[in-house]
Design a protein around this ligand. Sequence first.
Ligand code: SAH
Ligand code: SF4
Ligand code: F3S
Length: 484
Amino acid sequence: MNKLIENIDFLSPADTVANESIRISLDQNTGKSRKLYIESYGCQMNFSDSEIVASILQKEGFDTTSDINQADLVFLNTCSIREKAEQTVRHRLTHINGLKKKKPALVVGVLGCMAERLKTKLLEEEKIVDLVAGPDAYRDLPQLIGQVDEGDKAVNTFLSREETYADISPVRLNSNGVSAFISIMRGCDNMCSFCVVPFTRGRERSRDPQSIVEEASDLFNRGFREVTLLGQNVDSYKWSEVENNKARLEKKEVDSIVNFANLLELVAKINPDLRVRFSTSHPKDITDEVLYTIARYENICDYIHLPVQSGNSRILEMMNRGYTREWYLKRVAKIREILGDDCGLSSDMITGFCSENEEEHQDTLSLMELVGYDYSYMFHYSERPGTLAAKKFPDDVPLEVKKRRLDEIIKMQSRLSLSRNLLDIGKIQKVLVEGTSKKSTDHLQGRNSANKVVVFPGGNKKKGEYVHVLIESCTGGTLIGKQV
Ligand code: SAH
Ligand code: SF4
Ligand code: F3S
């Protein structure tokens, strides 16, 4: 699998929210007449959307292929989070242009966030694109493809307030057969000033909890042992039976509301052997109820991705994050109090946001050290057209300064990751086996509850099984041990 990661010299153990990596679909051979090649960029939610797209098109006579040369239909499911993400897609389109010259019947579609951001402009700017579909328009793809087959260009970038694709069972394109991702909500209402997501993904909406539990149960019955519940801000998950089924229920006395803590519990109860993870938690919304729910269920993993973005309160205010440095540190203290020191914590960080000075950057470094993150995704600020920051604040930190600061936080994180891993030596940890180690076929690889990769000599264990491992040594990215 190809990975293009911007500015990061190591990958998260989870790889759950990695931006700007790319994923290519696998080969399906169910004898369909046309072949779909789909390449996905951006976050895990986008990767999951590609699985919904594959599912919709499977019913329309398309098998997926991992070989772009075999394809009748090429889809790029794109990301707009930073300028670089969009540039990558434009380069890719230039390459695909070469293919289309050899095969004029090839249909080229751009899906996802860049499609939503640029809409019909994409057709003007990138002549080879036949089809543009935003994240809420995938049910319309068969119709849009039909339009292209008739010789027209096709665009649907309508954003919905209801679409959650709840009834579509995704074709698992990138799965190891052990862990899978389930989208529990779409969109974002937060309006962090640097962020393009509210514009590309639209309003926040939660998916019917029953359909989530059904999808997770089905995965468990098919041998999966871990699900990760996905949303831009999972802690604001909220389903109200009355609001969502007004027509069906008419006037009901009691409004039954399912919040994120309730949902976690529902999924955890499916089976104690099904691990439950989730991402992303917004520091302003994660409740004590969620933390106590994690503590109550052994199978809800002790790992929280809690992006801070900056360690300085003035910058956080400009970012419109809704918390201060002190408030964030208090939340971390609460996590440690309820879930203990072994709970994995990771973050996202942006360096060189508008007007950030050296002292404020130092605040980010000192906060990282105070929290002791196990891992971070780190970026330098990239101004996105149309965002609040682009409208209100000049992008005035020079690129070299942004990059130098980024370098400093990456170095800090490497040191923290190693020191956090060293603390695990001598401990016995429960590991879910995901397969053989990338480096040695005699070794198996899996994750502990805190989401760290653990490698150990395989013995007779298979993927999907739980193993207790005594941690004996480590690197910054991996724990190494033996079965006990
Ligand atoms: N919903 C998640 C973030 C999704 S985007 C949250 O609130 O934490 C993933 C990460 O990309 C963000 O956390 C942020 O660190 C980074 N990011 C978003 N917009 C960016 C921009 N304009 N420039 C640089 N990094 C950005
Ligand atoms: Fe973007 Fe903020 Fe929403 Fe995350 S919470 S997707 S950073 S607007
Ligand atoms: Fe990128 Fe859209 Fe995800 S902008 S990070 S693909 S929500």
